[in-house]
Design a protein around this ligand. Structure first.
Ligand code: H2U
Ligand code: ZN
Length: 368
């Protein structure tokens, strides 16, 4: 009898049309929950050498204002430039290139150098959400922009160059690969079912309860059935809407709470400031696209402790991504870990109050 908890299998990602190999038999041993020694990060509230702190100067000579909440500026080393001339290059069917224009910005979340989303209070995160909505609305309306990608690289392990809490916005003239796959898949699903793919998926996960991480009135955070990264999380809006500009004030506050809930659980998991890349996926520029369903992806690199990361190499680079720990077991560990009494390497923080509707997975397991 085929058992998802026992036997190697592949899982389908309906958002991308791709598969992930799951090998649960490789984690038969009980979870030890070992935490390697990591130096406690102590950061000052203000760092005179930080190019993101208020009042400091940046590369290229600009100086940051004495900002109080968030700060948005054009990336001084932008990968995309608005005044790029249009044009194409073609040699037969094989060599193709197109000019790509666009905008790159940096968004500081807080004047405080030492905070993270997990440590900021809900009102401050709410201001960050408002800033994202403003940026998305402005850029997505521009005729020269095709897609607005907001993303945060958190931690040195993810290539983040500066611990000051910030994210980036890259807005190219065309739709990039990952959103393009989701665009096609969500359109096909909506055409066939008359509902968004992610509203059906969120309803299913709320019913099954096996992969939930945190839930509030407006958002479901879960480990996707098809997750690739060990502790991958997706935040899905419960109401189908196409972009963050469609959020009600309550939904904006609930997004802040869901993000604080997810990142706090991450930090508690291995008792470190958890590294990740996160970003939002939402409707491209141009139309309302009713099949688009707003969501966020969190892709953290850690595997079994603060220092043991998963590498996407070998079979994963050449064939298909693979994971050992099942997404169900990973979702359960967001609970299992925070019940242990081990000394905390970072201060273990309470979950946000707005999360009172949180429910644990139906069956909490601490191992596969
Ligand atoms: P990370 O989020 O990956 O750390 O990148 C920070 C960005 O900040 C990076 O894209 C930009 C870099 O180009 N930056 C500036 O815009 N001005 C500076 O003075 C330094 C870094
Ligand atoms: Zn700083």
């Amino acid at each position: 009898m085929f058992d998802l908890k026992e036997h190697p299998h592949r899982r389908y990602n309906p958002l991308t049309g791709e598969w992930v190999l799951v090998s649960p038999h490789r984690t038969k041993r009980p979870w030890q929950g070992q935490v390697e020694k990591v130096p406690l990060e102590q950061r000052p509230a203000y760092d005179p050498g930080c190019y993101l702190c208020p009042g400091n100067s940046r590369a290229g000579g600009a100086r940051n204002p004495a900002y109080q909440t968030t700060l948005v500026f054009d990336n001084d080393f932008a990968a995309l430039l608005p005044d790029t001339p249009s044009g194409t290059y073609k040699q037969g069917d094989l060599l193709r290139a197109e000019a790509q224009s666009g905008v790159c910005r940096v968004v500081c979340f807080s004047p405080r150098h030492d905070l993270t989303i997990a440590e900021m209070d809900l009102n401050a995160i709410r201001v960050v959400v408002d800033t994202w909505v403003e940026q998305y609305s402005e850029l997505n309306a521009r005729p020269d922009i095709g897609y607005v990608q907001i993303f945060e690289n958190r931690g040195a392990m993810m290539g983040c160059s500066n611990p000051h809490p910030h994210c980036q916005i890259w807005a190219p003239s065309t739709i990039p690969n990952e959103p393009a796959k989701e665009h096609a898949a969500q359109k096909a699903y909506f055409d066939a079912h008359g509902r968004t793919l992610l509203s059906d998926y969120a309803a299913l996960e709320l019913e099954l309860g096996e992969r939930l991480v945190t839930v509030n009135n407006s958002f479901v955070a879960l480990t996707p059935f098809w997750a690739i990264w060990p502790f991958e999380v997706m935040i899905v809006s419960r109401r189908p809407f196409s972009g963050m500009d469609r959020m009600t004030p309550e939904e904006r506050a609930d997004l802040a709470a869901a993000m604080k809930g997810v990142t706090t659980r991450y930090d508690n998991l291995f008792e470190v400031s958890f590294p990740y890349t996160m970003g939002f996926h939402q409707r491209p520029a141009g139309e309302e696209y009713p099949f688009w369903h707003f969501h966020a992806h969190y892709y953290p690199p850690l595997l079994r402790s603060a220092t043991v990361r998963k590498f996407m190499v070998g079979y994963e680079m050449l064939a298909t991504p693979q994971r050992d720990i099942t997404p169900e077991a990973a979702a359960a560990r967001h609970y299992a870990r925070s019940r242990r009494g081990a000394p905390a390497r970072v201060e273990r923080r309470p979950l946000p109050a707005a999360e009172r509707l949180t429910h644990a997975p139906a069956q909490v397991k601490t191992e596969n």
